[in-house]
Write a protein that binds this ligand. Structure first.
Ligand SMILES: Cc1cc2nc3c(=O)[nH]c(=O)nc-3n(C[C@H](O)[C@H](O)[C@H](O)COP(=O)(O)OP(=O)(O)OC[C@H]3O[C@@H](n4cnc5c(N)ncnc54)[C@H](O)[C@@H]3O)c2cc1C
Length: 398
């Protein structure tokens, strides 16, 4: 099958390219790293980028680009293809083209929230005014979200939250949590949980930093101590939260930052063309050429998954195993690309940003460490393989 874009989509890509060239600070490339399918190096969750990032989101909002994939009746353009074009171009420039609020929470709200809730939240998200964090994982519940212990007890017009979340990316710079909690302690597995929006400013919330392997504050632990959440903040139906989260995860698995793969490959190709080792230009070494060609083929293959998943969504189809395949292949490729980069750069590749001897400004070293996390966040590779096997290929569970 061959994919192509309409003339409007091609013109849109040009417009986004122009935007990235004019709106990003001139020294941006020296500062930020958006490693493909990474989390820790996504500039949106580094506190030092917060002001610049918020401003960029608002600019994207003014363009109407934060709601491209949402249904028209919710103020969007109903074009997931345009959404991923934006993601592709912006990530090539190592800049975010959206975040948890715009790419995960909003499309889920558009599908399952009440009309009042859509009216209250979607316009502000589309304008780039609100940022969310995802409150799913707990110390003993990551892959198995049916085992969460955070409880939300009914107290009239509010729920009262008690418990702990962990690995909460960006909670320290967000406005609201997108939190899964137990509302019926006696219900069967998957049936007693509710998804709700929790204002970070509510009394009883404590957010503690966890520094990731890259030395960046991306994760947090979040503690809830008698935190009151108005019932109007429930997303979807009470006790149906598990299914709402499964839907939201499909959106989360779509955004692998495709352009960042191209960018890394281009930088490596340029590096081997310009660098001599043992008297020979590295780009002439057949082993190195082979490694880079293999990466180029894998990246093209991943683009196939990427465009196809967006195309399916534009036709109203739910790409469940397809989103898992994209996420699995993308995050595993991210590791292979990082490994290839480190092999090519040799021992100096381990030098950190700031060292004058670090090749490619130390970005590959950072990316190598970050690439480990992609295959864990948003559902591990093993879990994705399980979904592909059972839901995609119809294989038996045992
Ligand atoms: C960079 C990053 C960002 C994250 N951001 C967030 C966030 O913002 N919010 C949030 O809530 N969470 C976040 N997480 C947490 C993430 O969702 C969990 O780490 C992940 O779901 C795995 O859960 P776990 O760590 O509890 O491991 P476990 O679930 O304990 O898994 C341990 C091992 O067992 C395997 N395993 C488990 N179940 C199965 C199964 N059914 N079949 C086969 N193998 C299985 C796993 O693949 C893994 O290898 C983030 C994680 C990372 C790495």
């Amino acid at each position: 099958m061959r994919f192509d874009f309409t003339d409007e989509e091609k013109a849109f890509r040009e417009e986004v390219e122009d935007f990235a060239r004019t709106e990003l600070p001139p020294d941006w490339d020296e500062k930020a790293l958006y490693w493909p399918a990474g989390y820790g190096t996504f500039p949106g969750i580094e506190a030092s980028f917060k002001d610049m990032y918020d401003e960029l989101l608002r600019k994207l909002g003014r363009k109407g680009w934060l709601s491209l994939g949402w249904p028209k009746e919710c103020g969007g353009m109903n074009s997931m293809t345009r959404h991923v074009i934006l993601d592709d171009v912006m990530s090539y420039h190592r800049a975010p083209g959206g975040d948890v609020s715009t790419a995960i929470a909003a499309p889920t709200l558009a599908l399952i929230a009440s009309d009042e809730m859509k009216k209250e939240w979607l316009p502000r998200i589309a304008a780039g005014e609100l940022r969310f964090w995802l409150g799913y994982s707990e110390p003993n519940a990551g892959s198995d979200l049916a085992s969460i212990k955070t409880r939300a007890d009914d107290d009239g017009d509010a729920f009262v939250l008690n418990g702990q979340k962990i690995w909460s990316s960006g909670a320290h710079i967000a406005d609201y949590g997108w939190v899964l909690a137990k509302t019926d302690m006696n219900a069967a597995r998957y049936r007693g949980e509710t998804l709700m929006l929790v204002d970070n400013r509510t009394p009883g919330i404590t957010i503690r930093p966890i520094i990731n392997i890259c030395g960046i504050h991306s994760f947090n632990e979040v503690f809830f101590d008698d935190v009151r959440v108005p019932k109007k903040n429930v997303v979807g139906q009470i006790n149906q939260g598990f299914y709402c989260v499964m839907l939201a995860l499909q959106y989360e698995r779509l955004f692998v930052g495709m352009g960042a793969f191209r960018r890394v490959l281009e930088e490596l190709v340029l590096y081997v063309k310009e660098t001599k080792r043992q008297g020979m230009t590295m780009g002439k070494d057949p082993l190195i050429r082979n490694k880079l060609a293999a990466m180029a083929i894998e990246i093209e293959t991943l683009y196939g998954f990427y465009w196809r998943t967006a195309w399916m969504m534009d036709r109203g189809q739910a790409p469940e195993p397809e989103a898992s395949a994209l996420k699995l292949f993308g995050t595993e490729l991210s590791r292979r690309l990082a490994g290839t980069a480190m092999e090519i750069l040799g021992p100096c590749g381990q030098l950190e940003r700031g060292s004058k001897w670090a090749p490619l400004r130390g970005l590959m070293n950072l990316g190598y460490m970050d690439s480990i996390s992609g295959a864990i966040g948003a559902g591990t590779s093993e879990v994705q393989r399980g979904i592909i096997a059972t839901r995609g290929l119809g294989m038996p569970r045992k």
